[in-house]
Design a protein around this ligand. Sequence first.
Ligand code: SME
Length: 161
Amino acid sequence: MPEMLNIASTTDREVRYDALLPQAAALVAEGPDMVGAMANLAAAIHDTFAFLWVGFYRVVGNELHLGPFQGPIACTRIAYGKGVCGSAWKEGRTLVVPDVDAFPGHIACSSEARSEIVVPVRDRSGNLVAVLDVDSTEKGGLDERDARGLERVAQLLDRWA
Ligand code: SME
């Protein structure tokens, strides 16, 4: 296993996702299970893009429970349909929120967060088992390019789900 990521020093976000993906796949293959793979993915995404917060919430019963993450401390439980995370779970799709203040019911874990993306994590049968949540300090700091890139990363986890 390599000691560090090798990501080109380009500002082109799509190029950086392309560079991250095979390295993320190698990290996920190391496991040793879903939680270990999530932990390394959170670190890899956080290091690559310097986002404020990158982490996972796992579906446990009718709640999302905080999982591996990088960034400031965060809320530990989110109810189905609540906040951006609970809404992405309920709607079963990626939510891109360019301005968190414009999202009714946004849960502010950190007052520094200005934009957010939440991506479903599914098992091989297509069941939603977790969400990948990313926060940026910039309004409009996350967009469709991130949504597509993060979906590719999240899909890697199906081998452990
Ligand atoms: N903002 C999220 C809560 C989780 S934190 O961003 C880490 C939401 O509205 O669901």
